[in-house]
Ligand binder design. Structure first.
Ligand code: DC
Length: 224
């Protein structure tokens, strides 16, 4: 099986690009952020502080997360309830960032992520895919852009979904999340040594997709 790891900070366009590339090359797209968001949602539903590692760990046996794909789109289920939309709020972004800093949570979710890559050709996005989850991935890309352009993209996305937010709020949350995600002790968001660095601040979605396909072609000869 081939695996492609796409890492980078929030709002760098990883999911949009990875989803489009997966469709183009016939790989399974796995959005690992959704799994952390679902643990965050579990914490909220059960009134558990998302920073409380001990209580969360005591509840791991009750956290039943499943990913399913409908027409190539990933849906995430928490105890059989489709929570794919519920996890996309700014509050759940902050919850996910908090629970994802906890080593026990990362350990709890590690095998589940690796299992997808054992059974499928995957393009997986997250923060530590190339460094921790799939250190032997065939292709590793670290996607990034300036905080302002990432915040603007995320702001427009939220507006389109009818969410009431201001650009400043989104930018502030993003800067805070960047700090949490890159400065934490366990599996911080950083490029793998052998990752291709891709600054997409000035790229359109189409250009970005083409660039990623080009990188994959260079790394896996004869795939496409
Ligand atoms: O990609 P996202 O914004 O949906 O991710 C939500 C949070 O989950 C993000 O703040 C960092 C965390 N995360 C992580 O620590 N490791 C991953 N592989 C994916 C996400």
């Amino acid at each position: 099986m081939y695996s492609i790891a796409i890492d980078g900070p929030s709002g760098a366009g990883k999911s949009t690009i990875a989803k489009a590339v997966a469709k183009k090359i016939g790989f399974l797209y796995v959005d690992t952020g959704a799994i952390y968001r679902t643990v965050g949602l579990f914490a909220k539903k059960n009134s558990i502080d998302p920073n409380d590692e001990k209580t969360l760990a005591e509840n791991f046996s009750k956290i039943d997360i499943q990913l399913k794909w409908v027409d190539g789109t990933q849906h995430v289920f928490l105890s059989d309830e489709d929570v794919s939309e519920d996890i996309r709020t700014p509050q759940m972004s902050m919850y996910a960032s908090a629970v994802s800093a906890l080593p026990k949570v990362r350990q709890f979710l590690l095998e589940m992520q690796r299992d997808f890559a054992r059974k499928n050709n995957v393009i997986m996005d997250g923060r530590d895919i190339g460094t921790v989850v799939l250190p032997d991935a065939d292709v590793k890309i670290f996607m990034f852009a300036s905080p302002e352009s990432r915040a603007m993209r995320r702001y427009k996305e939220l507006l389109e979904k009818g969410k009431q937010v201001t650009y400043e709020q989104v930018l502030n949350d993003m800067v805070l999340r960047d700090k949490n995600d890159s400065e934490r002790q366990t599996a911080p968001c950083k490029p793998a040594e052998d990752a291709v660095m891709l600054d997409n601040s000035l790229l359109s979605v189409e250009q970005n997709v083409d660039k990623v396909v080009e990188i994959i072609n260079e790394k896996i000869h004869g795939l496409l």
